[in-house]
Design a binder for this molecule. Sequence first.
Ligand SMILES: Cc1cc2nc3c(=O)[nH]c(=O)nc-3n(C[C@H](O)[C@H](O)[C@H](O)COP(=O)(O)OP(=O)(O)OC[C@H]3O[C@@H](n4cnc5c(N)ncnc54)[C@H](O)[C@@H]3O)c2cc1C
Length: 427
Amino acid sequence: MSSNRAVRAVASRWCSTPSIATTYTALRHGGTPEDRRRLAEPVAPGLVLAGEATSVDHPGTMHGAWASGERAADRLLGAGATGVVVVGAGLAGLAAARRVRDRGGSVVVVEADTVLGGRARVDHAIGVPVHPGAAWVHGEVGNPVAESAARLGVPLHPSTGERRLVVPGRGLLGPSDVARLEVWRIDVERRLDALAAAGPDRPLGPVVTDVLAELPLEPWEREALGCLVRSSYENVTAAPIDDLSLRWRSEPYHLPGDDHLVGADLGRIVDDLAVGLDVRLGVTATAIRAGATPGRWTVATTAGDLPAEAVVVTTPIGALLAGRPSFEPPLPAVTLGALGRLTPGIVVKVTATFPEAFWAPARSIHVLGRDADHIPAWVDVSVVSGRPTLAGFATGPEALALEAADEPALRALVDRCLAPAVVELAG
Ligand SMILES: Cc1cc2nc3c(=O)[nH]c(=O)nc-3n(C[C@H](O)[C@H](O)[C@H](O)COP(=O)(O)OP(=O)(O)OC[C@H]3O[C@@H](n4cnc5c(N)ncnc54)[C@H](O)[C@@H]3O)c2cc1C
């Protein structure tokens, strides 16, 4: 049994990182894609926001962030700016800076952290490479991350294997039960689509509860299906299902093609994007100030003031809403309104290594429980770390405590959440 216990475990800390304070964004109930469109519009002549939250086509993704940076740069270059300061060296900021430089402009990037990549990075805190943030290329066709991987010879690993569903007290579901739950899950989606088309928008959570109550299910099936539906929404959107909009619950995020794990070489893609750029690490932009004349900006930083004709701010929305950096004049009400209709998201990714894989090759393992600190969804990421490794996705406000948990507490949580799966999959 002890060989099925976690050896090392680490949790991501995006929500408690002051310059990020965001995992990935979703539309709250009351928000619409128009809010993202609004955020992509220039805030003022020479000032543009970028980053995943500003992507209408593919929010919450690496490729959406990358494209948003290029779009922001194109806007400023199109308006005649040639001297640009970019705040943030995640994919959006680096893509923006690269576009400015490639089109003949001059550009300085300031990055609060001491490493590049923002939410797209590889971490070695537990002695093996893990992704605290982005890990999958969602569709390789037209995906700049996949194109860069191909050019650099960075392997992409297909996400293969079955999804295992374990229901505590009932065990590992067989193929016919899994297929039956999938049929019901599709039925729930159809009913949600019909309700979304028929009436005014509503918060998603109560509607899902009502829809589940209508289905002719055994009690265990209703419980399991409810967990599956909730956890899949909460993983994809990083938002509690009660905060989400019925109508806009499924924003687009996938490009044509399959899911692939980028692997331990994600940093090479980031580094390549940054080649030749003037990136100042460990420098935080504290204020963005408009000058007395149009086309004159000052970016106040912890390393002094930087003058600019134009500024791209890629600060994630949790930090922006907390006033980091500040804006003079303040961000207009329309921008603040649009930001407020997005949720910054809460996902804590808990990655754990094991002495042996107690699971047969599997894409993911779902342990469909409902305790407050239960982590239902686990994905096999051994191909990244080179060891038997699972990454779990904790969502909802309770998950925030995990960002501060020490490693023994995290290991104990991993073992507790996976215990029903260990019994079933390891025998
Ligand atoms: C747990 C998790 C899992 C994810 N999984 C996937 C996935 O599998 N596939 C996928 O495509 N996407 C995934 N994403 C989403 C993806 O990581 C993001 O959409 C993308 O990386 C965001 O890039 P960005 O440039 O918009 O923001 P960021 O990467 O957050 O970059 C912003 C940068 O700005 C810096 N900054 C902020 N404020 C300041 C300031 N005042 N001064 C200086 N610097 C500042 C920050 O330090 C940061 O480096 C995941 C995200 C998380 C958190």
